[in-house]
Design a protein around this ligand. Structure first.
Ligand code: CIR
Length: 256
């Protein structure tokens, strides 16, 4: 059984952090409706969804992926790179505590979960505006002791590594060659996004399905041509906050 931790959209989402997009008004009601639909999709795909209540003072708190890295053995509570997002971590730690022993990234190092791409026992970690060497070093010490290999990856023109590369099938990544040097993933099969869809590399694999933004039909077609089952979700309002489909959940096998 998979557990999916989510958090309701904050009514303050209009004040979210933005790095690459210009600010455009975000309709809270639409964002909330889309997010509930996303949660229903996770439930349909077999996840037990644990929904945390909205945080009225934390605009980006719906993007729970950034506050933790959940491994089989432990959960690592991060210190998000944006100062406004650091208060999101304690409530995520509390939600994870019944499921995994916790480890913590300690200041001044920072790391966003969106920069950590797990492929089996390898953690690819993006060097981004949110995640720098000190954070990667701490992750390496914690996860290395459990037998994971940590491999730093350079990213450009995007917020996180998972804006540029995500897992869509066993040993197969969906990648944006304009934002990450795909040679970093030697040994893995790579499917390139359609360049007309620059936000196209963020996909969420659950079981045999790929949850994917409905607004990106060209890359979706590429995935389907490879025989993958794509489940489209409309996350257009959350995308205005630079959020994608991986960011809105922490999904991991239940140990209960
Ligand atoms: C931020 O800038 O932190 C949020 N507005 C978006 C975070 C998206 N998270 C993710 O891709 N993992």
């Amino acid at each position: 059984m998979l557990v999916a931790i989510t958090r309701a959209v904050s009514p303050a989402i209009g004040r979210c952090e933005l790095t690459h997009l210009a600010r455009s008004p975000i309709d809270y009601g639409t964002a909330d409706t889309q997010h509930r639909e996303y949660e229903r999709c996770l439930a349909t795909l077999g996840c037990r969804v644990i929904r945390l209540p909205a945080e009225p003072d934390l605009p980006d708190s719906v993007f729970v992926e950034d506050a933790a890295v959940v491994l089989d053995e432990i959960a690592i509570v991060t210190l998000p790179g944006a100062a406004s997002r650091r208060p999101e971590a304690p409530s995520i730690a509390a939600a994870l505590a019944p499921h995994r022993p916790l480890a913590h990234i300690e200041p001044p190092a920072t790391i966003d979960g969106g920069d950590v791409l797990r492929v089996d026992r390898t953690l690819f970690v993006g060097r981004s505006s949110r995640t720098a060497s000190a954070g990667i070093g701490q992750l390496e010490r914690i996860a290395g002791a459990l037998g994971y290999t940590v491999r730093p990856v350079e990213v450009r023109d995007c917020l996180h590594l998972k804006s540029a590369a995500t897992v869509v099938a066993p040993n197969t990544l969906l990648v944006d060659p304009d934002r990450v040097d795909t040679d970093a993933f030697g040994g893995l099969e790579r499917i390139a996004i359609d360049r007309a869809e620059p936000q196209g590399a963020n996909a969420l694999r659950i079981g045999g399905a790929v949850v994917y933004p409905a607004a990106l039909p060209r890359t979706r077609a590429r995935l389907e041509q490879r025989g993958l089952r794509v489940v489209p979700v409309d996350v257009s309002e959350l995308a205005k906050a630079e959020g994608g489909v991986t960011c809105c959940s922490l999904i991991f096998p239940s140990r209960a």
